[in-house]
Design a protein around this ligand. Structure first.
Ligand code: TYD
Length: 421
């Protein structure tokens, strides 16, 4: 472990700027992307609360020591997740399908009857619902309204944030876990040491920690800059993760690329065993090395690439508006809000955004204040152009909206490059 202590997170402040790397505690940190000041992306708002909206710096850094790409401006959990959290994983059908097959993988490769599976950040039970009939399952979810949705599906769910203390109490009550999962949350964690220590407490000797996160290689190669937001503190590649787990006597023994959220990485971790690692680890590390992910130079053109996308989108959409065209947006994902705010879009540019999540409908997008409405509106209205903010579901949505497209609506795809279809 490095000699420098991590800055402890101060819960009394809304935000803190760290000056050490989250994994190796080094200070060789260089800013590789600046997106300006943004409100938290899941804080959908309403007219009454507009004056309470706060913005925080959104900058990405590269660690020259362990090569972790990360945010150093940490917004408090209270500010990020206050009130009703609007993100329900099961709102997106393709994601439900993904977690069904993920659960099958775990059942086939890792689990025997009566094993305990714990999911950290279990959301509305999207993974555990598929395992609950056969194994003992336990979710951990800090957002009360989301945890309640999981319980309604029969997934036992503890409230709160996962800590070493919680892990110890869980072991006393439920015993050790064969699988501990953490999907699309491991990148959200500021104090990684606490979580990894807690996972180690909870896992049985032959247990496996499995985690999916958005993958840095996809982010860089496909210019997915909008996946940068305050909740995502880390943008992982394999090498920094190996460094992290090694510090705790653990090892990444298998990895895979997964086609969700614009490209994710799944890592399997166990207690260091001396057994051979799966070939996938060597193969992916070699690919990352070849792609330059372990060098600062690789990131030198990223800011420019991102600004090219922004400038194209702005001139296209404002151009259409000048011609009197109706332009709207499709999907109000968290990442959509980074894109909307980075482009400086307002309701003058985009009339409304449609989203299937009941909790978002009727609210305004954070920062850009565009009304979120039910997709039903598209049954009676045909916008000229629709900005696809949920571009990670591109094929699914273009297919689903065939009829709308046949009425003349065109989709503007922002990522990996601006395209009209
Ligand atoms: P998602 O891409 O899962 O995530 P993130 O918030 O992490 O960026 O979010 C997709 C959003 O798009 C979600 O709010 C639901 C919405 N959506 C639709 O409105 N219609 C659709 O057909 C799909 C697939 C998603």
């Amino acid at each position: 472990m490095g000699a420098l202590p991590a800055i402890r997170y101060n819960h009394l402040m809304n935000y803190v700027h760290k000056d050490t790397c989250r994994i190796c505690k080094g200070r060789d940190l260089t800013r590789i992307l600046s997106l300006g000041n943004h409100p938290p992306v899941d804080n959908f708002t309403d007219v009454e609360h507009l004056k309470n909206e706060k913005r925080y710096p959104l900058n990405v850094y590269f660690c020259g020591t362990c090569n972790l790409v990360q945010l150093l401006d940490v917004v408090s959990e209270e500010e990020l997740f206050h009130g009703e959290y609007a993100y329900f994983s099961s709102a997106s059908k393709p994601l439900v399908e993904h977690f069904r097959s993920y659960a099958d993988d775990l059942a086939r490769e890792q689990l025997k009857d009566d094993d305990l599976v714990v999911d950290i950040g279990s959301n509305d039970g999207i993974l555990l619902q598929h395992l609950a009939h056969r194994y003992r399952v336990l979710g951990i979810e800090p957002s009360a309204n989301v945890a309640e949705a999981a319980r309604k599906k029969g997934v036992e769910t503890l409230d709160g944030f996962f800590t070493v203390d919680m892990a110890k109490k869980m072991v006393e009550k439920y015993g050790k876990a064969k699988v501990v999962a953490a999907n699309n949350v491991f990148a959200h964690i500021d104090d990684l040491d606490e979580i990894v220590q807690g996972v180690k407490e909870l896992l049985s000797e032959d247990g496996v920690f499995v985690s999916e996160s958005h993958y840095l290689l996809d982010l860089i190669e496909r210019r997915e800059f909008d996946t940068v937001y305050h909740e995502h503190l880390c943008y992982y590649s394999v090498k920094p993760l190996q460094h992290l787990f090694k510090r705790f006597g653990m090892e990444v023994f298998d990895v895979g690329r997964v086609d969700v959220h614009g490209g994710s990485i799944r890592v399997y971790v166990r207690l260091a065993s001396g057994k051979p690692l799966k070939n996938s680890v060597r193969v992916l590390c070699a690919l990352e090395e070849k792609a330059g992910l372990y060098t600062l130079e690789r990131f030198s053109g990223f800011q420019k690439d991102v600004e090219v996308i922004r400038d194209k989108l702005v001139s296209l959409i404002r151009g259409f508006r000048k011609e009197g065209k109706i332009v709207t947006a499709y999907g109000a994902p968290a990442k959509g809000n980074t894109l909307l705010n980075f482009c400086g879009f307002t309701p003058d540019d985009l009339k409304y955004v449609t989203d299937t999540t009941p909790h978002k409908i009727g609210l305004l997008t954070p920062g850009s204040h565009i009304p979120v409405v039910s997709p039903d509106i598209l049954k009676s209205e045909t916008p000229d152009y629709i900005l696809l903010l949920a571009w990670n579901y591109r094929n699914f949505i273009l297919e689903k909206e065939k009829e709308l497209r046949s009425r003349g609506a065109k989709f503007i795809i922002p990522i990996p490059e601006v395209e009209i279809v």
